[in-house]
Ligand binder design. Structure first.
Ligand code: A2P
Length: 277
């Protein structure tokens, strides 16, 4: 898997998305991350068709939206996503958000059921790797009761200001790849004093400090940009060594650039609407 992935959340549907994905691929990205809820998967699919890169060189991630509540609905939604993206298979398919105890009494059974749908898509070859997104340790532990294949990936919010140490350790202990969404804190951490000070010290951009932080913690940042210059910068600028005391300062930052999207929040779906999903 490439060290940095390209995220398509929040890019306007239609031509802007197709152009951004084409620019990203031409800049060198091979890992493209999308989701049903972003509403732009058809436009992503157009870029994938147009880019002339052999399919096996690309790594395409899709995410299951929580409208699917049974194994059958999951399989149906997964196949619909493949159609929208004009693909024969996905490299990675993730449950976008868990069902959770603050919202669904039956959350354990519900997560277990949809997970069986992902397992089916995996066993039938529609997806090469299955995983979760925004699952906490509690959600992942509960899956162990019924899963026959444990999630291979967990994609979580991770950046300086949102250092999820315990979850990171748990995922590593369970042989999961950790992907970091919002690695730049949706752009909001870039003006933070500590990050700006370190960016001067190492003579790199604030974005490079954040991406270095993610990669040094063995996560794969899924970074977004519609600007080809920043796309290129994000692919390579993180390649420098940061001293451990500086890394510790970044680990200690709290509530900087935090989206506040908590998988266990009763109001999560209202907040996601506001955030744009
Ligand atoms: P833009 O599309 O104008 O480049 P995240 O990936 O954490 O969600 O952050 C995405 C935001 O950060 C986007 O608004 C994007 O804006 C901005 N961004 C991406 N790369 C950089 C960069 N290298 N420097 C500054 N801002 C960036």
């Amino acid at each position: 898997m490439q060290k940095v992935g390209f995220g398509t959340f929040g890019i306007e549907n239609g031509k802007p998305t197709t152009q951004a994905v084409l620019d990203a691929i031409h800049t060198g990205y091979r890992h493209i991350d999308t989701a049903v809820s972003y509403g732009n998967d058809f436009a992503v699919g157009k870029a994938l068709k147009k880019c002339e890169i052999p399919r096996e060189e690309l790594h395409i991630t899709g995410k299951l939206w929580c409208s699917a509540k049974t194994k059958e609905e999951v399989v149906e939604q997964g196949k619909r996503t493949l159609k929208m993206l004009k693909l024969e298979y996905l490299d990675e398919y993730l449950v976008h958000w868990p069902f959770s105890k603050s919202r669904e009494e039956n959350w354990k059974v519900m997560n277990g059921d949809i997970w069986l749908g992902l397992e089916q898509l995996y066993k039938e070859g529609y997806v090469k790797c299955i995983g979760t997104s925004n699952f906490t340790i509690e959600h992942l532990e509960a899956l162990k009761d019924t899963a026959t294949v444990f999630p291979m990936v967990n994609q979580i919010e991770f950046h300086p200001g949102k250092y999820q140490r315990q979850l990171l350790t748990y995922c590593k202990q369970n042989d999961m790849i950790i992907e970091a969404w919002s690695p730049l804190g949706a752009g909001a951490v870039l003006q933070n004093d500590t990050i700006m000070e370190l960016s001067q010290k190492y003579r790199v951009s604030s974005a490079a400090i954040c991406l270095n932080f993610c990669i040094a913690h063995d996560t794969v940042p899924i970074v977004r940009s519609t600007n080809p210059i920043r796309m290129a910068e994000n692919l390579s600028s993180w390649k420098f060594h940061m001293e451990s005391q500086d890394m510790e300062r970044l680990e200690a930052l709290v509530n900087v650039g935090d989206t506040g999207l908590d998988p266990d929040d009763k109001d999560l779906f209202r907040k996601l609407e506001e955030y744009g999903k």
